[in-house]
Every structure is written in C-alpha cells, then in structure tokens.
Design a protein around this ligand. Structure first.
Ligand code: DQA
Length: 142
C-alpha cells in the first residue's frame, strides 16, 4: 500500500474550538478520521501527525525525504515565514501537496505569501476539512 504522510503545523491541534468561523468545528481527530476513510478508498496508508514545534516538523520532512514518501502538509503559520520548513520540504523526492482549511489569499495580507507553494506540486485552500480530501484525491491521480 502506498504511504502518505499528512503533516500539520502549529495550533491545528486546537481545531474544534479555534476560531470556528474560519476553521470550522471539526477537530483535528475528526480530520484524521476523514483522511483515513478517504485514504482507504484510494489505497493509501496514512500517517497523520501534528506538532506545534518547527524542529519536529523539519525532522518529519527529513524522514519523508529519506523514505521517498508523499506528503500532504498544512504548515499553518509556518507557511508564511519559515524558510527552514521550506528548505526541508524542498528535499522531498515524492510529491508535496500544500493544504489549508481557510483561503489565506482572502485573508490578511501577511497570509498572502506562502514559502511552501513554490516547491509544492499544488495547493488546495479554502474548502475546510475537504481540502485534505481533495489533496488525497489529487495525489491518487499523480
Ligand atoms: C491555515 C492558514 C494559516 O494562515 C494559519 O496560520 C493557520 C491555518 C489554514 O489551514 O487555513 O494556522 O494554514
């Protein structure tokens, strides 16, 4: 079975109660379940993780690069300023898809820059938890 890592950055562990008008009411555990259900229909084995720590996320990207595993990543706030996350993601050998629950381009100006988009196969934003489902379906077609 093809493996995919779904990596989530800071504050996404607070989904459910975090600004629900922007991010919805589904918890991260709910998104994980949704991803695993979708992945099962597509033949993917999902490794779903979240961290608030930049170094940990970098370590996971190194792990994915070394094992040639595809990554779907919501880098959260790191998207907008972390050169270190971009550099780690640039080492990936399998496809990277960037996802966001909200549409950062429709929000504050500081969210309009993504350091990750330029090294991603593509970006899916603005569809809430469905952004992850769309990313899995896109990955299955690559
Ligand atoms: C986010 C958008 C980012 O701008 C923000 O910092 C997040 C969540 C999203 O999924 O919409 O933490 O990545």
């Amino acid at each position: 079975m093809r493996k995919v890592m779904i990596l989530n950055g800071p504050n996404l562990d607070q989904l459910g109660t975090r600004e629900p008008e922007l991010y919805g009411t589904l918890t991260l555990a709910g998104i994980e379940t949704l991803c695993k259900e979708t992945a099962a229909t597509l033949g993917f084995d999902v490794d779903f993780r979240q961290t608030n720590d930049e170094a940990t996320l970098i370590g996971w990207l190194h792990e994915a690069a070394k094992s040639d595993v595809a990554v779907i990543m919501n880098p959260a706030a790191f998207t907008h300023y972390s050169v270190a996350i971009r550099d780690a993601a640039a080492m990936l050998t399998a496809p990277l898809i960037e996802v966001h629950l909200s549409n950062p381009i429709a929000r504050e100006e500081f969210r309009h820059t993504s350091l990750i988009s330029g090294i991603s196969k593509g970006t899916i934003s603005g569809f809430g938890a469905q952004s992850y489902v769309l990313a899995l379906n896109a990955l299955a077609k690559l």
